[in-house]
Design a protein around this ligand. Structure first.
Ligand code: ARG
Ligand code: ZN
Length: 871
């Protein structure tokens, strides 16, 4: 039984006090930090109520109200709370003096040490490990922070906001005072102290204000900051141009930290980033990584409005800031680069991760009702599905109304803590200035926030050739927990129609149909006297995050794969065909005519796209992810799926060997252009290498080895990827070359650790043990842990080996990680989420390993996930 208390949305009550200002004083000493906090507190209620503050591992030295020390009967300290029984009923000052020890903190939450510098992570509930405080997002204060430390050990002292004062003190110490004029919740607090080098730049806002940009890195990393700076400036400009939002402080600081649980953190004016998301150039990062860095820099910047200026009332509203901000960063990337390709990438990610999560034991609504550890809710559902909901709103309202709605929301809630309902209500209010015209079904749309699981949509067509009318019937199925209610969603469906005879031109283009009932019909008329059933292209741009089952034929999909003018739908048709082929092969019902037709379609596509659109071509040639393939089976045989997927690639590689060879020669000339140019060509070369290496092309294997040294990181990693499934001498050689080249760069070396852990080795687990004992492996860096242990979970043959040794090993490692870092462990344990879907033997072995974790003395974070998985 669980002993952990769960927090419920329905239990929300306002905090009974306001804390308009808070003054923090940090005295950094050799082996501890003394923290003083003075809070101005205003009771909201007339009668006296207890003042409850949260605290974790804090040694309280002094507590006083309005200058008078409290005696021990006036307050109470439990392991995680400080309770003051009878605080004054009018405004007072509470002053606390306490000590914390960041030097032994391995959780990477609160204040902790990373490579000799002190840094913080407060979201969601890390601030309570720094000082006693309500530590909830609806308590907003103006923070002033003084930091004092040794000048040599901690020459740089940073906190949120603008610098107010700095000066020297006795005993080689110095102090700095930071002031943040914008009220903020405690989770946005940040402090950094250490030996860091600064790279500076400037941005002038549209109203002419000059913003100081500063990136702080460890010595030697200065040369890797240009990409981050350029990305930040692009994000600042884009938010001004598209949303009309300008930056509000005088300084924007970003610190790169090696030991970090997540990607990055939007602390007001002082973003803290996992170093792998800051430090990069074309030599050290792939094209995809450069784009990801650009988008995360933008994401954290965009939070300044959607998250910081308007924050969340409580953590159940997390998607209010995360879903919206992901939507904003996706739109940013889409505007800057290739919108069609970006949509494909986002959908592919959503299907492989969010859909998988939503099918499994940790499925939850975008707005959950209950949680134990909030850190477990930083999920693809909150982030990526949350973004899909905003995208649907944009589609349903139209861009213009949507923007008007967003601006109205921002104006209405600026400086406060809001709910997702506040957001939707004000969005609709702002979009439809007069109520009469509002056709939007708010109640039904909100079901997207409240219901978990991926809705299914069934599509059936009937064709009236006499009248040239296509009748399409739609049915939606929501797997609701409320079995006695009829839940209906608002599902926007973008569609087009193609005539078979007219050379692939659409006869009806990009219309919006709104499925807002369980069943609804669409009549498509005006098909210009078509005699044959037209080809329906549906859920274009992936207009809603649903699973769609249609009665379209294989021929329809082949048609769309060749001709559809929507990138997403075209790609999706190819994916459907590939899934069908691989599924047939796994079921030993090979459909030769389909394979033949598909290969011919590929040849035709290569001819027509060739070098004009390398990006699309390589995307169309990419196989569905293993997670997607697994969903096709009642009982999943992971090793077989992996092998059949490889076999299919071998088949394609063999059948279009000649075409790919010619193609690669034609595009090689373009691969040395500077990012983002040449990106499509580089991606296509990588795809070609993978196919050809699998098809046994000896020349390509040599080319791949050569690409490790002296070319861009994109080409080097493409080469490694192509050699990965081969277990050839070239694979060893390339891996060794890569290691020698990058062994002194921890960010790049993580990709080598991941490579070694995930490629098949004859000695299986021994290799992983060796990697974990490697002198360059750092147990305290989540990036390294995820590289090796996460990498091992992708080593299909070892991890899923039938004797269960892979699972057991994984369980043991997760227990070890949990001891030092519960947040990272509780994310990794989700590797076991799918245990019930596997073949009996795998399932039994996996179950044993999960039980082993469950029996161990684990953190409440990890326990919450394990219990869900076992349920
Ligand atoms: N708000 C951060 C971001 O989106 C993520 C921080 C999550 N931290 C955590 N401990 N769960 O970008
Ligand atoms: Zn975020």
């Amino acid at each position: 039984m669980s002993t952990n208390k769960s927090i419920k949305l329905s239990d929300y009550v306002e905090y009974p006090f306001l804390i308009p200002t808070i003054y923090l004083d940090f005295d950094i000493c050799v082996d501890l930090v003394e923290v003083q906090s003075s809070m101005i507190i205003e009771p909201k209620l007339k009668e006296s109520s207890r003042l409850i503050l949260q605290g974790n591992q804090i040694k309280l030295l002094s507590i006083s109200i309005n200058g008078k020390e409290l005696n021990s009967e006036e307050y109470y300290i439990s392991p995680n709370e400080l309770i003051i029984f009878n605080p004054p009923i009018s405004k007072f000052e509470l002053k606390l003096i306490s000590q914390i020890d960041p030097f032994i903190n391995t959780s990477l939450e609160g204040l902790y040490l990373s490579s000799g510098m002190l840094t913080t992570q407060c979201e969601a509930e890390g601030f309570r490990s720094i000082c006693y405080h309500p530590d909830r997002p609806d308590v907003l204060s103006n923070f002033t922070v003084r930091v004092e430390a040794d000048r040599d050990l901690y020459p740089i002292l940073l906190s949120n906001g603008n610098k107010k004062y700095s000066g020297n003190l006795n005993n080689n110490r110095h102090e700095i005072v930071w002031d943040d004029p914008f009220p903020k919740p405690s989770y946005l607090f940040a402090l950094v102290a250490g030996k860091l080098n600064t790279v500076s730049d400037e941005y002038v806002t549209k109203s002419g204000r000059s913003i100081d940009i500063k990136i702080y890195v460890e010595t030697g990393d200065e040369k890797y900051t240009q990409h981050a700076i350029t990305s930040l400036k692009k994000a600042m400009k884009w938010d001004e141009d598209v949303y009309g939002l300008e930056y509000d402080l005088d300084e924007y600081k970003i610190v790169a930290v090696r030991h970090f649980n997540m990607g990055a953190m939007e602390n007001k004016g002082l973003n803290i980033f996992n170093s792998k998301l800051v430090l990069a150039d074309e030599e050290t990062a792939t094209d995809d990584e450069l784009e990801r860095i650009e988008s995360v820099i933008a994401h954290e910047y965009f939070h300044n409005w959607t998250g910081n200026r308007i924050t969340c009332r409580d953590w159940f509203q997390l998607s209010l800031k995360e879903g919206l901000t992901v939507f904003r960063d996706q739109s940013f990337t889409s505007d800057l680069h290739n919108s069609g390709i970006k949509r494909i990438e986002d959908v592919s990610f959503l299907r492989n991760f969010q859909f998988t999560e939503d099918k499994g034991p940790t499925s939850h609504a975008v707005k959950p009702k209950e949680y134990v550890a909030i850190d477990n809710f930083y999920t693809t559902t909150i982030y990526e599905k949350g973004a899909e909901l905003i995208r649907m709103l944009e589609l349903l309202l139209g861009k213009e109304k949507f923007m008007r709605g967003i601006n109205f929301y921002i104006k209405t809630f600026d400086g406060s803590a809001a709910t997702t309902e506040d957001f939707i209500n004000s969005l609709i209010k702002g979009a439809y200035l007069d109520k009469e015209n509002c056709t939007f079904n708010l109640t039904k749309f909100l079901n997207w926030y409240y219901e978990r699981g991926t809705p299914k949509v069934y599509v059936n067509q009937s064709w009236n050739s006499e009248k040239s009318i296509l009748n399409v019937s739609f049915e939606q199925k929501i797997n609701s927990d409320k079995t006695n209610e009829n839940i209906e969603m608002v599902i926007p469906i973008l569609y087009s129609c193609y005539g078979r005879g007219n050379g692939g031109e659409p006869i009806v283009e990009d219309k919006l149909f709104i499925l807002d009932k369980n069943k609804k019909n669409l009549q498509i008329k005006a098909l210009h006297g078509e005699k044959d059933l037209p080809v329906l292209s549906i859920f274009r741009r992936f207009s809603s995050p649903v699973i769609c089952e249609t009665d379209l034929s294989i021929d329809d999909y082949l048609f769309l794969f060749l001709k559809d003018n929507d990138y997403f739908s075209r790609w999706d048709s190819g994916q459907i065909l590939m899934r069908e082929i691989i599924k047939n092969n796994i079921n030993k019902r090979v459909n030769y005519s389909l394979e033949y037709a598909f290969i011919n379609a590929i040849k035709e596509i290569i001819k027509s796209l060739e070098i004009h659109d390398s990006f699309l071509l390589s995307t169309l040639l990419t196989l569905p992810g293993l997670a997607e393939l697994e969903t096709l089976f009642e009982k999943v045989d992971p090793i077989n799926i992996y092998k059949e997927s490889l076999n299919f690639q071998v088949l394609i590689g063999n059948k279009i060997h000649q075409e790919l060879r010619v193609l690669s020669e034609n595009i090689l000339v373009n691969i040395n252009q500077q990012w983002p140019m040449g990106r499509g060509e580089r991606k296509l070369i990588g795809t070609i290498w993978s196919y050809l290496a699998l098809a046994g092309d000896e020349g390509i294997k040599k080319d791949c080895v050569e690409a490790i040294v002296g070319s861009s990181m994109t080409m080097a990693r493409s080469a490694l990827r192509a050699l990965k499934p081969l277990d050839s001498p070239e694979t060893e050689e390339a891996s060794n070359l890569f290691y020698d080249l990058w062994k002194e760069n921890p960010v790049v070396l993580d990709s080598w650790f991941a490579y070694e852990a995930s490629r098949s080795h004859k000695q299986g687990i021994n290799v992983i043990e060796k990697l974990l004992a490697h002198s360059k492996f750092d147990w305290k860096a989540p990036n390294a842990i995820r590289a090796v242990i996460g990498g091992f979970s992708k080593n299909i043959e070892s991890f899923h080996s039938i004797d269960g040794q892979g699972y057991l090993f994984m369980a043991e490692k997760i227990i070890e990680v949990d001891k030092i870092n519960p947040i990272t462990a509780s994310r990794m344990v989700k590797i076991f989420s799918k245990w019930k879907t596997y073949l009996d033997k795998n399932k039994e072995e996996m179950y044993k390993s999960i039980l082993k974790i469950n029996k161990a003395n684990i953190s409440s974070n990890t326990r919450e996930v394990v219990e869900l998985i076992l349920k």
